[in-house]
Design a protein around this ligand. Structure first.
Ligand code: HEC
Ligand code: HEC
Length: 404
């Protein structure tokens, strides 16, 4: 039966037809499991030591804990639905692909009409643990509100909220999903935001080799027995050189059996300037573009390094194609931006490579020799979580794309 005919039948309220599931009445656009997925299940090692009940609560709408899974299911469909872009060409999932830990492999993301977004897509995982501060410049504080931004963005998806509501409300497939999630079929941007945010929070990555290492190895002074010597050395270097900015975002502070601890600096500003640019007017201002403060120019969020192996290219503008380039930058490419984070100032000529001439200025950056860089990369690859990138609960449910 054609969609028009089916909708016409619904409009005339044929009782028999109303009872027929969409799957029988017409080829469904998307397929969902017969039993709703449980998004509250955390399939990580027990030693990660988290209180998972908090996840459940934050995943659910206030006072609606039992509906969290239905909300996440609705959010999953919305996340992958190209109807949410003006010309039906892009969904959230187009720029946040599961196989790439929810990035898109591009330096700057591709919008619905072929124009490029201002910045590089961000990897999505464990956002349920972040209470506020989204995007590279932290400009939105509430996830429910954040998820409606790309829809309205004139380059990314290009829909206003009224049109969003109209489109979703006129799609019969959504009615049972709204009913299950909210108790009735009423569609509103606020409800769409809640469902999308619930799904995004459900994207939990807990099964990398690093996550399992504390429970799988006997701790020793040299690190984890399930890690190679290079990975263990890279881990120590990482916590020394990179951890103050990146450990919290990567949830590395949960490394319980880990011999390295105490390097987690809670006073560190969440957004820092790492000297990617010199500070000219045409640079992306980052946080400075939001606060208007000169000293915030060039400050960005230190993104999660979970699944970093899968999320190239790197930085807010995707300027580095490989992790080798990133590490070379930290060792010898940091530039003297006026707002540069003090951690990158040279200390006692320790930076690498050392100055060649006696009066040469010591280089900015972190003291990392080539072998250190290689070991840190070996460690970073232990943060890859294939369980996460293959988890059917997070997969694209749309039939047409699955068959492509
Ligand atoms: C055209 C590509 C594109 C589309 C479509 C898109 N995004 Fe994004 N997403 C991005 C880019 C680029 C950023 C970073 C933007 C910035 O910081 O200015 C981002 C950032 C995010 C973040 C912030 C993550 C963090 O750590 O702060 C979330 C969450 C997110 N997107 C979810 C979504 C959802 C939900 C949708 C669909 C409603 C969506 N995105 C659609 C490209 C896209
Ligand atoms: C002073 C804080 C700070 C330190 C120290 C630091 N980083 Fe970063 N890192 C950041 C910030 C901020 C960004 C985002 C910069 C941007 O895009 O403008 C970033 C970005 C990255 C990225 C790219 C992430 C992505 O999704 O594109 C990688 C990889 C990375 N850092 C690895 C490291 C490693 C490895 C070290 C240690 C050798 C390190 N960082 C040390 C703050 C820091």
């Amino acid at each position: 039966m054609s969609r028009q005919l089916f909708l016409a039948c619904l409009a005339t309220g044929l009782p028999g037809l109303l009872a027929v599931p969409a799957a029988v009445a017409q080829a469904p656009r998307f397929m969902l499991p017969a039993t709703t997925f449980d998004y509250g299940v955390v399939r990580g090692p027990a030693t990660v030591g988290r209180d998972t009940s908090r996840d459940r609560d934050t995943a659910a709408a206030p006072g609606n804990a039992a509906r969290a899974n239905e909300l996440a299911t609705l959010g999953r469909v919305l996340f992958y639905d190209p109807l949410l872009s003006r010309n039906g060409s892009r969904s959230c999932g187009s720029c946040h692909e599961q196989a790439k830990a929810f990035t898109d492999g591009r330096a700057r993301s591709l919008g619905f009409d072929g124009r490029l977004a201002r910045r590089s897509s961000m990897s999505l995982s464990n956002l349920g643990e972040r209470e506020s501060g989204f995007f590279w410049d932290d400009r939105v504080q509430v996830l429910e509100e954040m998820v409606l931004r790309p829809i309205q963005d004139p380059v990314e998806m290009g829909l206003d909220l009224r049109e969003l509501e109209r489109r979703v409300a006129s799609e019969a497939d959504y009615r049972p999903l709204f009913r299950q999630a909210f108790g009735d079929e009423q569609v509103s941007p606020e409800r769409i935001g809640r469902a999308l945010a619930t799904f995004v929070r459900a994207l939990a990555s807990r099964s990398s080799r690093f996550d399992w290492a504390p429970s799988a190895s006997s701790p020793s002074s040299s690190g984890f027995s399930t890690f190679s010597p290079e990975e263990n050395r890279g881990m120590r270097l990482f916590f020394d050189a990179c951890g103050t900015c990146h450990a919290r975002e990567s949830r590395l502070s949960y490394c319980r059996g880990c011999v390295i601890s105490g390097l987690h600096d809670r006073r560190a500003p969440a957004l820092t300037n790492i000297g990617l640019d010199l500070g000219s007017k045409k640079d992306d201002p980052g946080l400075g573009g939001i606060t208007g403060d000169n000293e915030d120019r060039g400050r960005f969020r230190a993104p999660t390094l979970r699944n970093i192996e899968l999320t190239a290219p790197y930085m807010h503008d995707g300027r580095f194609a490989t992790l080798e380039e990133v590490l070379r930058f930290y060792a010898s490419g940091v530039r003297p931006h006026p707002g540069l984070d003090p951690r990158f100032e040279p200390r006692g000529g320790a930076s690498w490579p050392p100055p060649m001439l006696p009066n040469e200025r010591p280089r900015l950056g972190l003291a990392l020799q080539p072998c250190d860089q290689a070991d840190i990369i070996a460690f970073l690859k232990t943060l890859t979580d294939r369980t996460f990138t293959n988890d059917p609960r997070f997969a694209d449910p749309f039939v047409a794309r699955a068959q492509r």
